[in-house]
Every structure is written in structure tokens, then in C-alpha cells.
Design a protein around this ligand. Sequence first.
Ligand SMILES: C[S@@+](CC[C@H](N)C(=O)[O-])C[C@H]1O[C@@H](n2cnc3c(N)ncnc32)[C@H](O)[C@@H]1O
Length: 182
Amino acid sequence: MSTAKFFKNFLTDTKVGALTPTSLHTIRQLCNRIGLDHSRVIVEYGPGTGVFGEFLLERMPAASELIMIETNPVFCEMLKRFEDPRAHVFNDSAENVRDVLSQCNEDSADCIISGIPFTLFGERLRRRVIENTRSALTENGRFFVCQYSTFVKKYLKDHFGQVTVDMGLFNIPPMFILEAFD
Ligand SMILES: C[S@@+](CC[C@H](N)C(=O)[O-])C[C@H]1O[C@@H](n2cnc3c(N)ncnc32)[C@H](O)[C@@H]1O
């Protein structure tokens, strides 16, 4: 059901940028690196049908928050199924993360996960999202990026001291997980 909706939106929205949602193996691989006990505020860019949200909300402590920022209004409607006070959905663009955080009465995020298709963005938007992400994170905050190429690595390196790259597990097509931090 969620995969069919995802594919339908891939056909109608050029910003979706993938045929199917991320695999459960890759989601688990990435989320195991977050350190959920130390991440009170988690932001997700481009949650799509909410596959990361399903995984995270089952495991996040009661006092944590998951703030999802999604441009596609159909996906935003689907994300409202999370009847969980820790889940917040914003029909907005990732570049406005600071504004979204302040609407949630938060100054910064401990962790930001991104599934947005940076390769489809223009240079200006790509740079703005990464710059605003760095300033929205706490000093020790981490930015996780799921992409079908490592193209975005050089942009991450302009704002973060360290960037690591891993292959996502059992994802078709193959996916990279980039982790940026200082
Ligand atoms: C490749 S899909 C990933 C969906 C989901 N994270 C997953 O793992 O299955 C990219 C998502 O990013 C959203 N998106 C594209 N540009 C965005 C932007 N500037 N801000 C927020 N979301 C965006 C798309 O609508 C789509 O839901």
C-alpha cells in the first residue's frame, strides 16, 4: 500500500526522486547509529510515506520528538496517521528547518536524517539546505544523508569536519548512507 502510493507520487512529483521507499535493512542500519537515548530532537527531511518514522517512533524515548519536514502534500496526509504526540509533520521545505524548529519551541536538533534528492536540486538550494542544517544542529549533532550517489559528499565537507560513507544494506537500487559531524 505504502509502496504503491510512493510509486504513484514518483510519477507525479519530480521532487520524490525514488521509485520505492528505503528498505527496512537500510533504515535499521542508519537508525542503529543515531544513539536514540541521547537524541531528544530528531528532524527528518523528506519522510515520504513515513518508513523511518515507523521505525523510530517504536524505539524513541517518551521525551523525544520527531519533526518531519516534507514538501509533498499527499505524503504529509499519510504521515498524519502517526497519532503520537512525539511526531510533528510540516508541509515545508528542508531549507526552512530553523523556522520549523522554532515553531516546535526548539533551538536545535540532536540529529537530522535526510532522504531528499540533493542531486535533483539546483546548486543554490543544495547549499542552503546543508548550511541551514549545520546551523540547526547542536555542536555534537549528526547529519545522516541517504542518497543513490556520493555526489553530495563534497558539499557536506564544506560545513562539517568529518563525513563518512557506507553502503545501505539490501536496497534496490543501491543506496549510500553519509554521516556528517564535527
Ligand atoms: C527519495 S524520497 C525518500 C522518502 C523516504 N525518506 C524513504 O526513505 O522512503 C525523497 C522525499 O523527499 C521529499 N522532498 C523533496 N524535496 C524536499 C525538500 N526540499 N524538503 C523536504 N522534503 C523534500 C520528497 O517529496 C520525497 O518524499
